[in-house]
Design a protein around this ligand. Structure first.
Ligand code: SAH
Length: 350
């Protein structure tokens, strides 16, 4: 019978260390392998010349390298680049590179599709297929990092804001995160990584206990349950009171950045009342609110806010002392909103 091989890029340093030690190899072997895979970017075990012949054979017999196939690359006028990848089972995911001055951020997908069906987001429209493996998450990061290297630039930031809900694929996302942060691996700075969630309260608590050191972003989008229920069905499972008790726990025990994403939708969530509710909700927290004008998705009827509405909402927030930044919409001409490119691929319009 053919032996089941493991995807080498799904291994954290600790799991590879354990695996190789059990097979009788020295403690440093896993570090050497990590160095080849992530620093030297070597994808053939036989070319890892400082490893013993026996170890190279062992690795070849027990591990393999998965890869992503690029289907489409679209560059926006504002410099962001969207990559559509096919996975080995012919499903599709997207990653987006967002260059901003010296900072190059990659936005990663964590699942094929999404189960949460937010009523403004393209990702949920095609339903949920499966979780990504740690390697499929790491591969997106490596692809974009290599793409930048060829252009003499460096990947500096990572956000889990692509397709899927990272905390619905908790174990694999945490593994991928450890590989991305690993000094012997990709070595992206902890403070440069953010995980975004639609608000799975129990996972937020588990994540706080993990104390990994990366930032947390909450997709809030509404300041009262009756509104949030309309656009985010997950709110019926974890209403704002539960979400905020988890968020307060995270904020208390981890001193890492806490952001709330707030999509501004015309005539829906940007009234004075919303500002007052937001103010009350974030009181006592160490936070920042990221305001994003709604990026239209044709299946939904929402309208983006006018510049007058944005200006008024920002003025109210300022008057009430709520901290926020206004995010410029990026990549609108390349359908940069979460899941849009994958949706078009399915519709045969790419
Ligand atoms: N499931 C995670 C991560 C994916 S969504 C989460 O919910 O946070 C990443 C971000 O893109 C979220 O803040 C989401 O609300 C936002 N987003 C999705 N569709 C959008 C749209 N049409 N316009 C603007 N932002 C959108």
């Amino acid at each position: 019978m053919l032996k089941q091989r493991h995807d080498i890029k799904s291994q954290t340093l600790a799991s590879l260390q354990q695996h190789l030690q059990e097979a009788g190899y020295p403690d440093y072997a896993a570090r050497q392998v990590f160095n080849w895979v992530y620093k030297k970017r070597e994808e053939s075990f036989f070319s890892m010349t400082n490893l013993s012949r026996s170890l190279r054979h062992y690795l070849k017999d027990n591990f393999y390298f998965s890869s992503l196939r690029l289907v489409k690359e679209r560059q926006s006028r504002d410099g962001s680049v969207k990559f559509l990848f096919a996975l080995e089972d012919k499903t599709y995911i997207e990653s987006v590179l967002i260059p901003e001055g010296k900072r190059n951020t990659v936005c990663l997908s964590s699942q094929v599709g999404c189960r949460f069906g937010c009523r403004f987001c393209a990702s949920g429209l095609l339903g949920f297929k499966r979780n990504l493996t740690p390697a499929e998450i790491v591969n997106q990061c490596l692809y974009v990092s290599d793409w930048l290297k060829r252009r003499e630039a460096k990947l500096t930031n990572v956000v889990f804001m692509g397709i899927g809900e990272p905390f619905d694929n908790y174990e694999n996302v945490i593994k991928a995160l450890r590989i991305i942060l690993e000094p012997q691996g990709m070595y992206i700075g902890k403070r440069k990584v953010v995980i975004s969630t639609c608000g799975l309260a129990p996972a937020i608590k588990a994540f706080a206990a993990e104390n990994i050191g990366v930032g947390l972003s909450i997709s809030l989008h509404a300041a009262k349950d009756s509104l949030r229920n309309i656009i985010m069905p997950v709110n019926k499972i974890y209403p704002l009171s539960e979400l905020f008790s988890a968020v307060r726990l995270f904020n208390r025990c981890c001193k890492y950045s806490l952001t709330f994403e707030y999509i501004m939708i015309s005539n829906f969530n940007i009234s004075k009342e919303d500002v007052l509710r937001l103010k009350k909700m974030v009181k006592g927290l160490n936070y920042k609110i990221n305001l994003i004008p709604y990026n239209p998705v044709s299946s939904f009827n929402w309208q983006p806010p006018s510049s007058g509405e944005i200006f008024r909402f920002c003025r109210w927030l300022k008057e009430e002392g709520v901290f926020f930044t206004l995010r410029r919409p990026r990549g609108q001409d390349i359908e940069g909103a979460c899941g849009q490119l994958r949706l078009r691929q399915k519709q045969g319009k790419v």
